[in-house]
Write a protein that binds this ligand. Structure first.
Ligand code: C5P
Length: 231
């Protein structure tokens, strides 16, 4: 598999648990995602270990700060050798463009994507925070802003992928969590899509956690998902 499309979410509280799961996977068949919990607990050393074992890493820390701080954080992520890093589109154009510019000057830069509206926020939550419009309107507006700021793509729900593909064009990366194979439990994810539906909707990469990490045989679960996508 030349460019694995599944990104396994390593949602663990410590390095040993994350490395134990990674050891059961195959870097030729997936990438991995390290988020705030694991990174806060285990830091750069863990990222280095995971990269040394062959995995491309999506560092999911959702930077949201003034442009100079976010730029410096993105540069530090690039130094770690990660494959993808993300920021909040709500940080605005100047922040995103500065991060883009800083990464573009590097030889091997991670892909830079934006989180639009957190999927945990409904219309009333967004309104309370000063964002009018439906979640879909906010997502589309922020995705267009991310594209205009030079970002490589956005993190979005599979249900938004088709509309975003239309609004942002080919080549704009769509990274979709909330994926559940038809046979898996949805858990706390509400608007789920199957791997096949996500890819059919235009998703480039699928973030998948528990359906793989909690499977009795994680590698078999990953292979089954890759087979479903390939069909
Ligand atoms: O276990 P599960 O497949 O639900 O894991 C999904 C991963 O994607 C988690 O790391 C979660 O934090 C992340 N995520 C999400 N929904 C978003 C953005 C990120 O579930 N909108």
């Amino acid at each position: 598999m030349s460019d694995p499309r599944v990104i396994v979410a390593l949602d663990y509280p410590d390095a040993n648990s994350a490395l134990a799961l990674a050891a059961r996977l195959d870097p030729k068949l997936c990438k991995v995602k390290v988020g705030n919990e694991l990174y806060t607990a285990a830091g750069p050393q863990l990222i280095d270990n995971i990269i040394k074992s062959g995995f491309a890493v999506f560092l999911d820390l959702k930077y949201h700060d003034i442009p100079s701080t976010v730029t410096a954080a993105c540069a530090a992520a690039a130094e770690l050798g990660v494959w993808m890093v993300n920021v909040h589109a709500l940080g605005g154009r100047a922040m995103m463009a500065a991060a883009r510019e800083a990464l573009s000057r590097r030889k091997a830069a991670p892909k830079l994507v934006a989180v639009t509206l957190l999927t945990s926020m409904e219309e009333a939550d967004a309104a309370e925070a000063g964002l009018s419009g439906t979640p879909q309107e906010n997502v589309l507006r922020l995705a267009r802003l991310a594209r205009a700021s030079g970002l490589d793509g956005v993190v979005c729900s599979a249900h938004e992928a088709a509309a975003l593909r239309k609004a942002c064009g080919a080549g704009f990366l769509l990274v979709t969590p909330g994926i559940r194979p038809a046979t898996a439990a949805a858990g706390d994810q509400k608007r789920v899509a199957t791997p096949r539906a996500a890819v059919a909707g235009g998703a480039d990469y699928l973030v998948i956690g528990r359906p793989i990490t909690r499977a009795a045989d994680p590698l078999a679960a990953l292979r089954a998902i890759n087979d479903e996508i390939a069909q």
